[in-house]
Ligand binder design. Sequence first.
Ligand code: HEC
Length: 106
Amino acid sequence: MKGTIRSKVALAVLFALAGAVSFAQSSGEATYKSKCQMCHGAAGAADTPTGKALKVKPLSDPDIQKLTAQQMFDSTKNGKGKMPSFKDKLTDDQIKDSVSYYRGLK
Ligand code: HEC
C-alpha cells in the first residue's frame, strides 16, 4: 500500500519535471535571455559590454536584416567568427526558438 503511494508520487514528480523541461525548450525567450542576451543585448542591439567588445552587429544592421532564419540557425548552431557554436549546448528546437525570438526583437 505504502509502495503504491510512493510510486504515484514519484510518477507525479516525473510528469511535473517533464512539463517544466518541455516548457523551457519551447520558450525561445528564456533561451535567448540565458544564452544570447549577454552578447546580443535585451533588444538585439548588441549594446552589452561583451557585445561591444566582440563588435557584434545590432539586429537593425542591414547585413543582419538580410539573413534568413535558416542562415541564422546555421550560424548559431555551428558558430560564426567570434560567436561560439551552440550545437552541444542547445537542441535544434532551442536554437530555432531563440533565433525566432531574436528575429522578433525590434
Ligand atoms: C559570446 C558572445 C555571443 C553569444 C553568447 C551569442 N552570440 Fe550570436 N554573435 C556573436 C558574434 C561575435 C557574432 C558576429 C559573428 C560574425 O559575423 O563574425 C554573432 C552573430 C550572430 C548572428 C548573425 C549570424 C550571421 O550569419 O551573420 C545571429 C543570428 C546570432 N549571432 C544569433 C545568436 C543566438 C540565437 C544566440 C544564442 C543562442 C547567440 N547568437 C549567442 C556573439 C555571440
